[in-house]
Design a protein around this ligand. Structure first.
Ligand code: AMP
Ligand code: MG
Length: 400
């Protein structure tokens, strides 16, 4: 009998619901310098106005507009950034530099390019002036008490710069998700060792290991797991302290599905047949209470199912609200004449605004993704030709 394939959206919403049911609740305080890639645990509320006082947006002259009759004004003080000005003497202007506090009494800054210093050192303004020009008002960016970043925000250079501007030295972040990575397969050998007959090098361990690190996870490297039931049981039993066991390989209908057997014995298992290509089979289960995701072993399948399904799951477990990668429509620069029953994620790149695809889209070919800049989505039953619109998901959206 033919069970219908599970659409990508359904698999994703199931995984996100599972993630929400098992949130990482522990938090920790980290210095800003160590917070890159982490997830903010609480809303960040500003404890100050930003800027804290009105200041000049230009190098120039600060004056009170009412004092300006068109006649040149004498300069009564010089105000540098980081210094505190005197109140402005009536009938004068202040020499002022970008970022310097505005003297009390001034309500206008004219840039130096529109000012002429006369022989007697008075300054003549050559252009019309208006109140408030070139002044950054107090609190124009942020007011005291305003929520600036939401809980669940991932902290990157911009968020960390913003937190620094508010004077935060430390942030409270969600504990890292601990992920055990294991690669199943008798054929696998680690790079650096010689290949025996029938063997290949293990690419998924490194692919997932570095990717998880980028996502702020703590990686427990469980190495290669032989296709053997006893070893699978022992391996899983030794991974009870992690938040997720992430394995690759052995989830196709093949006979060597020891992960599935072990999960059935000691926990629960759902085998999903997904309408996704590459990547059809995916396992979700629990081993003695620890969540387990089993991804297909072919490296391009691992890439697509990790990027589109596991990454959002891991982020959501840390409370990240926004887990959908940015995507945008582009014209296809290729013909795809054969409609599929699964949604295809072709490894492609953009050239002159059109999506091109790598010549070999086999799920075993990781080189396709190294060539690519993104995944080109071809929906079930669709046969786009040159110029038809397809969705493009940049790899950069998935990798970070
Ligand atoms: P499996 O899902 O175990 O049947 O594996 C499917 C295909 O992916 C087979 O050709 C495996 O040799 C290959 N494969 C599985 N795991 C890895 C891995 N860690 N690195 C490279 N290839 C793999
Ligand atoms: Mg295998």
């Amino acid at each position: 009998m033919h069970t219908p394939l599970m659409p990508v959206e359904e698999a994703l919403s199931k995984l996100l619901a599972l993630a929400e049911a098992a949130p990482i609740k522990d938090t920790e305080q980290v210095a800003l310098a160590a917070a890159e890639g982490r997830v903010l645990a609480h809303e960040l509320v500003s404890s100050l106005d930003l800027p804290p006082w009105p200041n000049s947006a230009m190098d120039g002259y600060a004056l009170r507009l009412a004092d300006w009759t068109g006649e040149p004004l004498p300069v009564s003080q010089r105000v540098f950034a980081g210094h505190s000005p005197e109140p402005l003497l009536p009938g004068t202007c202040a020499r002022i530099f970008t970022g310097a506090p505005l003297p009390v009494g001034a309500d206008c800054v004219e840039m130096q390019e529109n000012a002429e210093v006369l022989d007697d050192q008075r300054v003549r303004f050559t252009e019309p002036l208006r109140i408030g020009q070139n002044i950054r008002p107090q609190g124009q960016e942020t007011r005291v008490g305003e929520a600036v970043l939401a809980a669940g925000t991932r902290l990157g250079p911009i968020e960390l710069g913003l937190a620094a501007s508010l004077g935060c030295a430390e942030l409270t972040v969600v504990r890292r998700v601990k992920v055990a990575v294991l690669s199943t397969g008798d054929e696998l050998v680690e790079p650096g060792l010689p290949l025996g007959p029938g063997q290949i090098y293990n690419s998924n361990r490194r692919l997932l290991g570095s990717w998880l690190q980028r996502l702020g996870c703590e990686v427990i490297d469980a190495g290669i797991l032989a296709d053997d039931l006893e070893k699978t049981r022992d391996c899983l039993a030794g991974l009870q302290e992690v938040d997720l066991i992430l394995s690759t390989g052995g989830v196709s209908v093949g006979e060597a599905d020891y992960l599935g057997i072990a999960l059935r014995e000691e926990g629960e298992l759902s085998l999903w047949k997904l309408a996704i290509k590459p990547g059809k089979p995916l396992t979700f289960g629990h081993y003695k209470g620890v969540p387990v995701i089993g991804l297909p072993g072919n490296p391009a399948s691992t890439l697509v199912t990790f990027g589109l399904l596991t990454r959002p799951y891991l982020l959501r477990r840390q409370g990240v609200a926004e887990v959908t990668p940015l995507q945008f429509p582009v014209p296809a620069g290729f013909d795809w004449p054969k409609a599929g029953s699964r949604r295809e994620y072709l490894r492609g790149r953009l050239e002159q605004g059109s999506a091109l695809i790598y010549k070999n889209q086999s799920s075993g070919v990781l080189r396709s993704a190294a060539w690519a800049e993104g995944l080109v989505e071809v929906r079930e039953g669709h046969t786009p030709g040159k110029g038809d619109i397809v969705q493009f998901i940049p790899l950069s959206e998935l990798l970070g």
